[in-house]
Design a protein around this ligand. Structure first.
Ligand code: UGA
Length: 433
């Protein structure tokens, strides 16, 4: 099929490349010239495992092309809207200006029978509003909502082999068109759910709200565990054996961040208020509060360990990205903690395998080093905040020789306290005795 993907950020760039991999003829469109230049050269504009390879191979086939002009989308039968819906500057609601802007720009270029497919995470009700707009200004085209569940770091795999496909549609023809797009996954037996716009929109935010709630739940348990001397990692393992609960997303630590979970739960709660059902999602405000408290908890713990003040203490911060296998520092707990410690006068030396460039552009005041050894050198406290393999592989005996004082906050509860203590470390996890 001829496909356009409007918006080539974390979601759209991967989607465009993956659609070409499925055999479609794809045009990726973005107004950011630098991004399009990089993509056209086969370079991923951000760190995403596997994206560079699939870009290079798909560009070579000629099936994948990029452009800054939405007019180049005109020939497509299916247009995916994959622009961002960040948190608005004035409130916790989603900023829909990119969605509306892209939609409006696309309207004059829609061929008869074209299908516009929303992928962006939007407040429920957005698709119905856009469908009305389409009926008014381009009645020869239709709209579907097809939420995306990909995880950064696994985005290529999640797009090519999704665990479910959801179509929010107003007619059977749109579902049929999407079946052609996703023919391979459907043939492989991936569950495909056809529903209405509102359900499709809700499915996405509900999934992220549930995941965020799970994380904040275990972090709340870790706060209690700290008081009573229990071990939240054992608690999570035991809970996880109950198949109704499951072990996934029960890792206590510095909490969730990134471009999705934090802003999605805030936008969802804000939307519930608009719908007159604020009380239904009031708990998401608490989920957010618990999550942000984890960052403060790490800062408070650092202060306590260093005798009441971090002022002038040399602190090695391991991790800047919001999770491993990503260079994304949007709403990153790791970067947030590093900035707070710096603000309190600590001499923070931070490192991350992929996140330094993005962190530096947001917070140039921190000291960044590319080698773990340089970060650890003469540190009075080590704080692990993103559980990259390179950090998890640290040998406590060798690491102790590099630092000034062998003290560590394991902000992701990934190390074995017994092993680190045996190597002479003062070990602190979150919710671990
Ligand atoms: C999330 C969802 O998992 C995807 O399904 C969804 O498609 C995506 O948002 C989106 O809306 O686009 P992502 O933001 O890539 O994906 O990251 P996650 O893997 O969900 O991790 C989010 C945060 O939770 C990270 O900061 C991670 O460190 C933290 N986390 C995760 C925990 O603190 N504990 C856990 O047990 C799991």
């Amino acid at each position: 099929m001829r496909i356009s993907v409007i918006g080539c950020g974390y979601l759209g760039a991967v989607h465009a490349a993956a659609m070409a991999q499925l055999g479609h003829e794809v045009r990726g469109i973005d107004t950011d010239e630098r991004r399009i230049r990089l993509l056209t050269a086969g370079t991923a504009p951000f760190f995403e495992p596997g994206l560079g390879d699939i870009l290079t191979s798909m560009l070579a086939t000629g099936r994948l092309r990029f452009s800054t002009s939405v007019a180049d989308a005109a020939e497509a039968e299916v247009h995916f809207l994959a622009v961002g819906t960040p948190q608005s500057a004035e409130s916790t609601a989603a900023d829909l200006s990119y969605v509306d802007g892209a939609f409006e720009a696309l309207l004059p270029h829609l061929a008869p029978g074209a299908l516009v497919v929303g992928k962006s995470t939007v407040p429920v009700g957005t698709a119905a509003r856009l469908a009305e707009w389409l009926a008014r200004d381009a009645p020869h085209a239709s709209l579907a909502w097809n939420p995306e569940f990909l995880r950064e770091g696994l985005a290529v795999q999640d797009t090519l082999e999704p665990d479910r496909i959801v179509y929010g549609v107003a007619d059977a023809r749109s579902a049929g068109t999407l079946d052609h797009v996703y023919a391979r996954a459907i043939a492989a037996g991936v569950p495909r759910i056809v529903t209405d716009y509102a359900t499709a929109e809700l499915v996405k935010v509900a999934a992220n709200a549930f995941l965020a709630t799970k994380i904040s739940f275990i972090n709340a348990m870790s706060e209690i565990a700290d008081v009573v001397g229990a071990d939240v990692t054992v608690l999570a393992d035991v809970l996880g054996h109950d198949s109704r609960i499951g072990r996934g997303f029960l890792n206590a630590g510095a909490g969730f961040g990134g471009g999705c979970l934090p802003k999605d739960i805030r936008a969802f709660a804000a939307r519930a208020e608009e719908l007159g059902r604020g009380e239904s999602l009031a708990f998401l405000r608490e989920v957010d509060t618990i999550n942000l408290r984890q960052r403060q908890r790490v800062v408070d713990l650092a202060t306590r360990i260093l005798g009441g003040s971090v002022y002038r203490a040399r602190i090695a911060v391991l991790g800047l990205s919001f999770k491993p296998h990503s260079d994304d520092v949007r709403d990153s707990p790791a970067l947030d903690v590093a900035v707070q410690l710096h603000g309190l006068g600590a001499e923070v030396v931070a490192t991350d395998p992929e996140g330094i460039e993005n962190a530096r552009s947001r917070h140039p005041q921190l000291t960044y080093v590319s080698s773990i050894r340089d970060a650890l050198d003469q540190a009075q406290l080590v704080v692990l905040l993103t559980e990259w393999e390179a950090f998890r592989a640290l040998d406590p005996v060798l690491t102790a020789e590099l630092v000034a004082d062998p003290r560590i906050i394991d902000g992701r509860n990934v190390f074995d306290p017994l092993v680190w203590r045996a190597a002479g470390w003062e070990y602190h996890g979150l919710g671990r005795p």
